[in-house]
Design a protein around this ligand. Structure first.
Ligand code: DQA
Length: 142
């Protein structure tokens, strides 16, 4: 059975509360339940991890080396700042897919750069929670 790691970055634990007009009204727990359901339907195992700390995300990516077949990552604000997360994804060499709930392409200028995205082979942006489903489907099909 394929093993996937789903990583969510800072403030995604505040889903449902934070800017619902941008990120929707559903909370983080609901997202995780949906991810588990989608993974089960694809016959895959999934581990979900959320952190507000860049170093913790780097540690988690490093610990995935040799243990996971794919990484789904929404680095949240660290998308636009973190060379460390980009380097960690490159270091482990695990197929990675970038997800953003909102359409960052149509938002502020500072959201137009994605460092982590440079190490990802697919990108699902602005699809809401469904982006995570697409990402799992992509990895399952590899
Ligand atoms: C986000 C987009 C980022 O720009 C933002 O900082 C987030 C969430 C998204 O899923 O739409 O926290 O990654």
């Amino acid at each position: 059975m394929k093993q996937f790691l789903v990583i969510n970055g800072p403030n995604l634990n505040m889903l449902g509360i934070r800017e619902p007009e941008i990120y929707g009204g559903q909370n983080y727990e609901t997202l995780i339940e949906q991810i588990r359901t989608w993974a089960q339907a694809l016959d895959c195992q999934v581990e979900c991890f959320q952190s507000n700390h860049e170093g913790a995300i780097v540690d988690k990516i490093q610990s995935a080396y040799g243990r996971f077949d794919g990484i789904v990552i929404n680095p949240a604000a660290y998308t636009h700042t973190s060379v460390a997360i980009l380097d960690a994804l490159k270091a482990v060499g695990i197929p990675a897919v970038e997800v953003h709930i909102s359409d960052v392409r149509t938002r502020e200028e500072f959201r137009q750069i994605s460092y982590a995205g440079l190490a990802c082979e697919a990108h699902y942006i602005g699809l809401g929670f469904a982006g995570y489903q697409k990402a799992l489907e992509y990895l399952a099909a590899l």
